[in-house]
Design a protein around this ligand. Structure first.
Ligand SMILES: Cc1cc2nc3c(=O)[nH]c(=O)nc-3n(C[C@H](O)[C@H](O)[C@H](O)COP(=O)(O)OP(=O)(O)OC[C@H]3O[C@@H](n4cnc5c(N)ncnc54)[C@H](O)[C@@H]3O)c2cc1C
Length: 450
C-alpha cells in the first residue's frame, strides 16, 4: 500500500502541522483576562466564527471569540481549500458569489492564499454533461460564471491528461484559498479591528435571565453578553442540545493528502469525478476524492434516522458507513452536562481522526492514472477531518427558536470554507438586526421540523 507509512504517523503530529497551531498560539495567546461584558460572544474559531467576529468588529460591535483549541484546529484547516460556485445548491449560490468578492478583499489585506485559479468539473460521458448542463441552466438566473468546455477545449486546458474526457464544466473565477492560512489570518484581521480572541477557552454553556441570554460560561469564567453565535462546527449539535434545541447534525470523516512541490503544469482546481486535486501555494497539490468520505455509525445515527435516512441512500456511493469504536466513544459523551464541571468540549480539545488509507490510496491511484505526471510526485502528508453535515447538506444560519439571543451558523456539510467569509458577514448582519446582504431564508433552523 502506498500510504501505509503515512497512516502510521501520529495523527496528532499530522494535525499540528495541518492547523499551524504554533503561530496561532503566539498570535492569540492563552485565555488571559476575560472581559466582564461584550455585545456578542462567538463560539468557535473556524472560518465561520472568525469571519463573523471580523465583520462584527469592523462594525464597531464589542465581540469576543472563544475557541476550545486553537483557531482553525478542526475542519477549517483540514479542507481541500476550494472556493467554488460550481455545482452548489442554488440557495448557496449568492453566498458563494459574495464570498468570491470578500476573499479578494481579504487577500488584498493579508495573505490567505486566495487566487481565482479556475475550476473544472470533468465529464466522461453524456450523463455527466447533462447533469452539468442542468445545473448551469438553473444557475443562469444568478449570473454565475460557468460554461461548458468541449472535448477539444478540455484537452487544450489539460494537455497532461491521459484520460479521454468528453468535456468539462468550467468556471474561470472560482478558485482556492489556503486553509492553514485563512482562518488564522482573518482572526488576525478581526483582532486588529478590535475583536477579543481566546484560545484554549471552551464555552460550556450560557446563562439566561428572564428567558434571554445574559452571559456565556467559559471554562475560565463568565462573560456577560446578550447575543451568542454558535459557530462550533461538528460540536454545534451537542452545544445546542444541552440547551434544549435539537439541531440535526452528524459527522462524516473526509481524508486528504498533499504532495511535495512538483511542476505538474496544472493550475486550475480539478474535480475528476473519482479524484480531486488543486495546486497549493507551497507548490504541492492537495488530493482527495468525494468517495474518500466515511460515516461512523454512532448513537446519533439512530436518533436522527428519520432526518438522514434518505440522504444516506442518495449518497451511498460517496459515503461509506462504518461501525466501530467511534460508536462507543460518542456513547460516552454525555448529551446533558452541567456548566460547573469540565465539559465535553474541554475533554475533546481537537477532533483529530486518522485518515482512511483506502480512500486516499484510491484517490492517488486515480489521479496518477488520469495525470501520469504525478507519478513523479512525493506524497508528503495525509490527514482527515470530521465534516459536519445536515440532512439536506445545507447549513443552518438563523436565530435559534425559543432561545432569544442565541444564533447558529453550522452544518456547512463539507462546503463551508469557500462561503465562510460571506456566511460570517451575513450572521454579523443578522445579529445586529440588519437585513443580511444574502437571503438567509433557505437556511432557517425550523426547516427540519424538529
Ligand atoms: C476533508 C475536508 C475537505 C473539505 N473541503 C472543502 C472545500 O474544498 N471547500 C469548502 O468550502 N469546504 C470544504 N470543507 C468543509 C469546510 O472545511 C467546513 O465547512 C468549514 O471549515 C466549517 O467551518 P466552521 O467554522 O463551521 O467549523 P470548524 O472549522 O470545525 O470550526 C469550529 C470550531 O469550534 C470550536 N468549538 C466547538 N465547540 C466549542 C466550544 N464549546 N467552545 C469553544 N470552541 C468550540 C472547535 O474547536 C472548532 O475549531 C471540507 C472539510 C473537510 C473536513
Amino acid at each position: 500500500m502506498v500510504f501505509s507509512h503515512l497512516a502510521q504517523m501520529s495523527a496528532f503530529q499530522d494535525a499540528a502541522t495541518i492547523r499551524g497551531s504554533a503561530p496561532n498560539r503566539q498570535l492569540f495567546g492563552a485565555a488571559g483576562a476575560l472581559p466582564d461584558a461584550v455585545d456578542v460572544a462567538v463560539i468557535g474559531g473556524g472560518i465561520i466564527g472568525v469571519s463573523a467576529a471580523y465583520a462584527l468588529a469592523r462594525a464597531g460591535v464589542r465581540v469576543a471569540l472563544f475557541e476550545k483549541g486553537a483557531v482553525a484546529c478542526e475542519q477549517s484547516s483540514r479542507n481541500w481549500g476550494w472556493v467554488r460556485t460550481l455545482g452548489r445548491d442554488l440557495p448557496e449560490v449568492p453566498l458563494a458569489q459574495r464570498a468570491n468578492v470578500l476573499w479578494g478583499d481579504i487577500q488584498n489585506k493579508i495573505d490567505v492564499g486566495f487566487r481565482r485559479s479556475g475550476m473544472l468539473y470533468l465529464q466522461e460521458d453524456d450523463a455527466d454533461a447533462s447533469g452539468h448542463h442542468a445545473w448551469m441552466d438553473s444557475a443562469r438566473a444568478y449570473g454565475v460564471d460557468a460554461r461548458q468546455l468541449s472535448r477539444h477545449e478540455a484537452r487544450q486546458m489539460l494537455p497532461q491528461t491521459a484520460r479521454a474526457w468528453t468535456g468539462a464544466m468550467y468556471s474561470a473565477t472560482d478558485g482556492v484559498a489556503e486553509p492553514q492560512l485563512a482562518a488564522p489570518a482573518i482572526a488576525a484581521l478581526a483582532r486588529a479591528a478590535g475583536a477579543l480572541l481566546f484560545e484554549d477557552c471552551a464555552v460550556r454553556g450560557i446563562e439566561r435571565s428572564a428567558g434571554r441570554i445574559c452571559a456565556v460560561l467559559t471554562e475560565h469564567g463568565r462573560v456577560a453578553t446578550s447575543s451568542v453565535l454558535v459557530a462550533a462546527g461538528a460540536w454545534s449539535r451537542l452545544f445546542c442540545g444541552n440547551l434544549g434545541a435539537d439541531f440535526p447534525q452528524l459527522k462524516v470523516r473526509g481524508s486528504v493528502l498533499r504532495t511535495a512541490p512538483i511542476d505538474a503544469g496544472l493550475a486550475a482546481a480539478v474535480n475528476g469525478k473519482d479524484f480531486t486535486c488543486r495546486k497549493r501555494a507551497d507548490g504541492g497539490y492537495t488530493v482527495s476524492q468525494f468517495g474518500a468520505s466515511m460515516a461512523d455509525v454512532v448513537p446519533d445515527s439512530f436518533r436522527l434516522m428519520r432526518h438522514f435516512g434518505r440522504a444516506w441512500l442518495a449518497n451511498r456511493n460517496f459515503v461509506r458507513l462504518r461501525f466501530g469504536k467511534r460508536f462507543f466513544e460518542e456513547l460516552s459523551i454525555p448529551r446533558h452536562f452541567s456548566t460547573d464541571d469540565v465539559s465535553p468540549f474541554e475533554r475533546h480539545r481537537v477532533l483529530d481522526p486518522l485518515p482512511s488509507e483506502r480512500g486516499i490510496d484510491q484517490a492517488w491511484r486515480r489521479l496518477t492514472h488520469a495525470f501520469p505526471v504525478f507519478r513523479d510526485a512525493r506524497v508528503a502528508q495525509s490527514w482527515a477531518g470530521y465534516i459536519d453535515v445536515t440532512p439536506d447538506a445545507m447549513p443552518v444560519m438563523d436565530a435559534v427558536p425559543d432561545l432569544p439571543g442565541l444564533y447558529l451558523a453550522s452544518g456547512f456539510s463539507g462546503h463551508g470554507f469557500g462561503i465562510g467569509p460571506a456566511a460570517g458577514e451575513a450572521m454579523a448582519q443578522l445579529i445586529q438586526g440588519q437585513r443580511p446582504t444574502v437571503d438567509l431564508q433557505p437556511f432557517r433552523f425550523d426547516r427540519y421540523g424538529t
